[in-house]
Design a protein around this ligand. Structure first.
Ligand SMILES: [Zn+2]
Length: 456
C-alpha cells in the first residue's frame, strides 16, 4: 500500500515536472484526430473529437491531447496557453505524392494527356533544376507553400540533378520538417538531357543516401525514385534493385497505371501481363514503397499490393486535369490496400489537401461512391502517415508522436464559409463544408515539430 502511494506521488511529480519544462507548448482549441479509417470501421471508434480541447506538446512531441476541462488541472501555474477560440486542430496534412520541379509549370495546358504533357512542359522545367540557384529558390518556395497549405510532410519527386535533392533537403531541414525525396532516375524515353547512365545515377544516389537519409538530428528520409517503368531499362532496374537491397530502410517512390497509354506501353516494353509485375520482379514492393495513381490497377495487382503491404497515392486533381481516369477507392480499400492522398502538383492543380478532397469527392461521386467529411480528413492525415509507413511517428496525437499540426479556421475563412458554416450543425457537416470550400485561406497556423512555422 505504502509502496503504491509513493509510486503514485512519484508519478504525479514526474508528470508535473515533465509538463512544466521550458520546451512545453499548450494549445487550447477544438481537436480532431483519427485512429482508424472511418470508411472501414465503426465511426465512433475511428476518431477522437474534443470540442474544447488541449494539446500538450513537449520537446517537439505530443505529450497528450484531450478535453481542456480534464487536462487543465495538470497545467503548471504559469503555463502560457495559445488559444484558438475559432480553431480546429488536426494533425498536419500529409501529401503522399508531389513534384517540386513542377512548381513553375502547374496549370500548363497543352490539350493532351500524360505523355504529351510530360514532353511539352514537365521535362523542360525539370531541366531548369540543373541550375543550383534555381533549385534552391524553388525548394524554398515549395516548402513555404506546403506549410501555408497546412502540409507538414510530403513525399516529393525531385529532379535528375543531385543538387536538386540537396536544395530540398536543406530547405526542409531549416524548418525541421519530415520530407521524403531522392534523385529522380531515368535512362530511356525521356529527352536526352534527362537521360542518366545507370551506374552514375546509382553512385549519386548512394552518395545522397549517405549524406541525407535519416541524418542525425533531422527528420529527412531518402527515397529511390524512378519516374515509371517506361523510363527505366531492365538493366537499370537490376541496379535499382541492388541499391534497395543495400539500403533497406530507404523508401521507393514511383508511378503506376496512371494512364491507359502508359499501361499499354509498359506491357509492350517488359512483356508482362500486368504493370505491377515489373516492380514485383525487381523486388521493389513493400510498405516503404509508394506507388502514385494506380487508376488502372487490376484485382490481381491490388491483391499483390495488399500481400506486400504496398500503398498507393490517390491524386484526384491531377487525374482529372490530365484526364487520366477515376481512382476506384472502394475497389482499392476492399482489397486492403493502404491509400494516402497526393496533390501531384504540377499535374495536380492545388497544393491544398482540402481542395484535393473536394475533387476526390467528385471523382468518387462519378462512380457512385461516397466520401464523407470524416473519411476525407482521415485520408489527409493518418491515411497519409500509413501510406508513407510513418504511422509510428505521425498522423494523430497519440503520446510520443511528432507534433506536426495545423489549426484550421472552423468558423469560416471566407465570407461564404462564414455564412455556410452557420448552418453546419454536426462535426461531420462542418468537415464536409471545410473540405469542399476550404483551401489555403482556411489554414490559420501550421506547427512543425512543436514550433510555429506559418501563421495567416
Ligand atoms: Zn506524379
Amino acid at each position: 500500500m505504502i509502496k503504491q502511494f509513493f509510486f503514485a506521488i512519484g508519478l504525479l511529480a514526474f508528470t508535473f515536472f515533465s509538463i512544466a519544462t521550458a520546451e512545453s507548448l499548450y494549445v487550447h482549441s477544438a481537436i480532431l484526430e483519427f485512429y482508424q479509417d472511418p470508411g472501414q470501421s465503426t465511426q465512433a471508434d475511428s476518431y477522437h473529437y474534443f470540442p474544447d480541447g488541449l494539446l500538450v506538446v513537449q520537446d517537439g512531441h505530443v505529450k497528450k491531447a484531450g478535453n481542456y476541462s480534464t487536462l487543465k488541472s495538470d497545467l503548471p501555474p504559469n503555463a502560457k496557453i495559445v488559444n484558438y477560440p475559432n480553431g480546429l486542430i488536426i494533425p498536419g496534412f500529409i501529401d503522399t505524392h508531389i513534384h517540386y520541379p513542377q512548381v513553375d509549370m502547374i496549370a500548363a495546358d497543352n490539350g493532351g494527356q500524360l505523355l504529351d504533357w510530360l514532353n511539352q512542359y514537365t521535362f523542360p522545367f525539370e531541366k531548369k533544376m540543373k541550375d543550383k540557384q534555381y533549385s534552391e529558390d524553388t525548394a524554398h518556395f515549395f516548402i513555404d507553400e506546403l506549410l501555408r497549405n497546412g502540409t507538414t510532410t510530403a513525399n516529393v519527386f525531385a529532379a535528375v540533378y543531385p543538387q536538386s535533392i540537396d536544395a530540398l533537403f536543406t530547405a526542409a531541414e531549416q524548418k525541421h520538417m519530415r520530407i521524403i525525396t531522392g534523385l529522380d532516375m531515368a535512362d530511356r524515353n525521356v529527352p536526352a538531357y534527362l537521360i542518366q547512365k545507370p551506374e552514375v545515377a546509382i553512385a549519386q544516389s548512394e552518395e545522397l543516401i549517405q549524406k541525407w537519409h535519416e541524418k542525425l538530428g533531422t527528420r529527412l528520409i531518402y527515397s529511390i525514385e524512378f519516374r515509371f517503368a517506361i523510363t527505366t531499362t531492365p538493366a537499370f532496374f537490376k541496379q535499382i534493385e541492388a541499391l534497395k537491397q543495400r539500403y533497406p530502410t530507404v523508401h521507393v517512390h514511383t508511378h503506376i497505371s496512371e494512364s491507359k497509354a502508359e499501361v499499354t506501353l509498359t506491357k509492350q516494353l517488359f512483356h508482362v501481363k500486368n504493370y505491377l509485375d515489373v516492380y514485383q520482379h525487381y523486388n521493389l514492393l513493400g510498405p516503404n514503397t509508394l506507388l502514385a495513381h494506380g487508376i488502372w490497377l487490376t484485382t490481381p495487382e491490388l491483391q499483390e499490393m495488399s500481400k506486400t503491404k504496398t500503398p498507393v497515392s490517390f491524386c484526384p486533381t491531377s487525374n482529372l486535369f490530365l484526364g487520366s481516369g477515376l481512382f476506384n477507392l472502394a475497389k482499392v480499400t476492399s482489397n486492403q490496400v493502404t491509400v494516402g492522398l497526393g496533390t501531384d502538383v504540377g499535374a495536380g492543380t492545388s497544393f491544398s489537401l482540402l481542395q484535393t478532397l473536394n475533387e476526390a469527392f467528385k471523382v468518387l461521386q462519378l462512380q457512385q461512391q461516397h466520401l464523407t467529411g470524416l473519411r476525407g480528413f482521415y485520408l489527409a492525415t493518418l491515411g497519409g502517415a500509413r501510406a508513407l509507413n510513418l504511422e509510428d511517428k505521425l498522423g494523430n496525437f497519440a503520446p510520443g508522436k511528432e507534433a506536426d499540426f495545423v489549426v484550421l479556421n472552423s468558423e469560416g475563412a471566407t465570407p461564404l464559409l462564414k455564412r455556410r458554416l452557420l448552418y453546419a450543425n454536426t462535426l461531420e457537416e462542418k468537415l464536409f463544408v471545410l473540405m469542399m470550400l476550404g483551401d489555403d485561406r482556411t489554414v490559420m497556423a501550421t506547427y512543425v515539430n512543436g514550433k510555429l512555422v506559418y501563421q495567416s
